[in-house]
Design a protein around this ligand. Structure first.
Ligand code: SF4
Length: 648
């Protein structure tokens, strides 16, 4: 029996488990079999056994499980910042298993930024630690009457008061929570001032620098008055087939050590690709309006970062790659304490996107986003739109409070980030996202808002990789480069198990949709198993390895085909939820600028034809002309209840 109890400030779950839970069920070796459900309104924590044996084969974990719970529990019409929205933090099926780079967790809720399914994925150590603390996931529901944080340790959970932490940044809050629970090695996810202020582009910061960034889920956590979740535990998972698992670990280790792409990632992080990405025309410049900026790209490269402000690197749980940068700017106007360095996306957001060619500025912007808990992609897009609108006369000095929001004016950009983080002045409006800003500033500003379904585009340009067009248009959370691998296939990644055996022509108008569909599902697999996409995209770990990992860990037999069917099920379920939230074909598009403004540089003036791609895409997906999954497709995937709901 699980224990459920309540006191004013302290709620305890005893670490006992029903005697028959897990009996004869080998796959519990991959899972704790428990979720922690927290009713914030009532101040109750409840241990909940989730039906691993019926849900896991269909929805795996992480992203898939989040989608399933969202479908079952959250009506798409709810207020994203109201008590009826729920925040799911679910570990992947292989997270914490010890398989290399399997460290990730997924956060799912209705997004306050887009109004549709919101999700964000994050690596580091928190996901594994949550499993070690006794839970596969946490569900936050309701709204706490006052700020709290959640302490999860060895099968117990406590809600603790957090009034004294409200208003602190994420680095201070993390240190103080660790101090208060007396566990210096506990792992923390928390929000900063942006989440507290319910800024729609707020993320959830993991261990002082990684971020579950996209779709504003930090604001959902803030709306529930939860400052953070701190976890520590001793429970270790054991693979069901130990020898098989050990053999896999050795093969993957050998694959990593002989992989050139992995070596580059280790040396320079994702920013190591800045110059190559710029050369292809893939790195957006000046709010997606300029095609080349060679000198700037050189100054912002990962190599330059390593040579100037770099101090080393660090890693995530069970990952020998260590791609995460450490940087410091010891003095000067952009002084930044030693900490996590910017990724490629952040370099483009606050570097090329704003015509800042000083890597110290980017490091400072990254640091501010970490402190306040902001998504660097959306925040960079918001600052770029503000600059363009100011330069075009759509914003006055009076409106900006005297801030000269001009291209390359780094001090003004940094000040504006602070305003967004604190929801102050004009920052309050821009923190709502570029779509919301364009609705206020009017039609002339619309082309400056670079988003799909309200989610700002990441910094990879569909004019350089045509497959990104159909992916951005149909990705379930809005524009997202992490929900397909087509731009990597253009650069040489192959997936022989799926029949993708050669590089694609990045400018081919047709022929990409098959790869979009397949790799959208691959990305769902990564996010449901908890595997990092960096080694996968560099072919250091394969789909066959993923199936082998699932077989060895769960003791059940998994094939690539079985995994891909589960991924398709998850994708269609997410789409079905979004259809109920109002998504139709008209929403599956790209921003005007990306469709119509041809650029010089690496794209050579190419423009993708997203409508032409959508016809083929819908046909492969089995969607009708409005973008609604047909009943027979849902039924084939075992989603009969979903089909009935959608087509009632
Ligand atoms: S490759 Fe980098 S981001 Fe991925 S798990 Fe390893 S250290 Fe973390």
């Amino acid at each position: 029996m699980s224990y459920r109890g309540k006191s004013s400030k302290y709620v305890v779950i005893l670490p006992e488990r029903d005697a028959d839970v897990g009996k004869g069920l080998s796959i519990l070796s991959a899972f704790t079999g428990k979720l922690l459900r927290v009713d914030l309104t009532a101040g109750l924590c409840d241990e909940e056994e989730w039906p691993v044996h019926t849900l896991m084969p269909g929805f795996l974990g992480g992203s898939g499980l989040g989608a399933k719970y969202l479908w079952d529990e959250v009506d798409p019409s709810v207020d994203p910042l109201g008590p009826e929205n729920r925040l799911y933090l679910f570990t992947g099926a292989l997270t914490g298993s010890g398989l290399q780079s399997c460290c990730r967790f997924e956060v799912t809720a209705k997004s306050p930024l887009t109004g549709i399914l919101g999700e964000a994925n994050c690596g580091g150590f928190w996901g594994p630690e949550l499993k070690f603390a006794g839970f596969d996931g946490v569900i936050l529901m309701g709204i706490s009457p006052s700020p709290v944080y959640l302490w999860v340790h060895n099968g117990k959970a406590e809600l603790r008061p957090a009034e004294h932490l409200w208003g602190t940044d994420t680095i201070e809050a993390t240190a103080r929570m660790r101090d208060e629970v007396g566990e210096a090695r506990a792992r923390v996810v928390c929000i900063g001032q942006a989440g507290e202020n319910r800024v729609a582009m707020a993320g959830i910061i993991d261990d002082e620098g990684r971020t579950a960034a996209r779709t504003g889920l930090g604001a959902v956590m803030g709306s529930k008055r939860v400052k953070g979740i701190i976890a520590r535990g001793k429970n270790r998972l054991q693979p069901e087939a130990k020898e098989r698992f050990t053999g896999l670990l050795k093969r993957v280790r050998d694959g990593y050590s002989s992989n050139v792409g992995v070596e580059s990632l280790r040396k320079y992080g994702t920013a190591g690709g800045v110059e190559a990405t710029h050369a292809l025309g893939d790195m957006p410049i000046k709010n997606w309006s300029v095609g080349a900026w060679t000198d700037g790209a050189q100054k912002l490269s990962g190599v330059r970062m390593a040579e100037t402000i770099g101090t080393g690197n660090h890693t995530c749980y069970a990952c020998p790659i260590s791609c995460k940068r450490d940087v410091v700017v010891p003095a000067g106007p952009y002084a930044t304490p030693k900490g996590h360095g910017p990724e490629y996306e952040t370099v483009a957001a606050f570097g090329s996107g704003l015509l800042n060619d000083d890597i110290e500025v980017v490091a400072r912007a990254n640091y501010l986003c970490t402190l306040y808990g902001l998504d660097t992609i959306s925040c960079g897009a918001a600052v770029a739109m503000a600059v363009e609108a100011f330069e075009a006369g759509l914003l006055t000095e009076e409106q900006t409070g005297g801030l000269q929001l001009t291209w390359g004016n780094a001090p003004a950009h940094l000040t504006f980030i602070e305003q967004i983080g604190h929801a102050e002045g004009l920052g309050e409006l821009f923190g709502r996202g570029t779509r919301a800003v364009s609705q206020v500033l009017g039609p002339k500003s619309e082309e400056m808002a670079i988003h799909v379904k309200g989610l700002e585009l990441p910094y990879h340009d569909p004019r350089a990789h045509t497959g990104l067009a159909a992916n951005y248009a149909t990705s379930n959370r809005g524009a997202c480069h992490l929900q397909s691998l087509t731009h990597q296939i253009d650069r040489g990644t192959t997936l022989p198990e799926l029949g993708i055996t050669q590089k694609t022509d990045r400018f081919a108008k047709d022929g990409h949709v098959d790869e979009v569909v397949k790799t959208q599902q691959v990305c769902i697999l990564l996010d449901s198993l908890g595997l990092c996409r960096f080694p996968f995209g560099r072919m250091a770990i394969t789909l066959t390895d993923m199936a082998e990992g699932m077989s060895a860990v769960t003791g059940d037999e998994w094939t690539v085909e079985r995994l891909m069917t589960a991924a398709e099920r998850i994708f269609q379920l997410k789409r079905a939820w979004n259809v109920r939230a109002g998504v139709r074909r008209a929403n599956d598009t790209l921003p005007k600028r990306v469709r119509e403004l041809a650029l010089e540089g690496g794209t050579g003036g190419y423009l993708p034809d997203v409508d032409r791609q959508l016809d083929g895409y819908y046909s492969l997906r089995g969607w009708n002309e409005e973008g609604i999954p047909r009943p027979e497709v849902l039924e084939r995937l075992g989603l009969t209840d979903v089909a009935e709901r959608l087509h009632a």
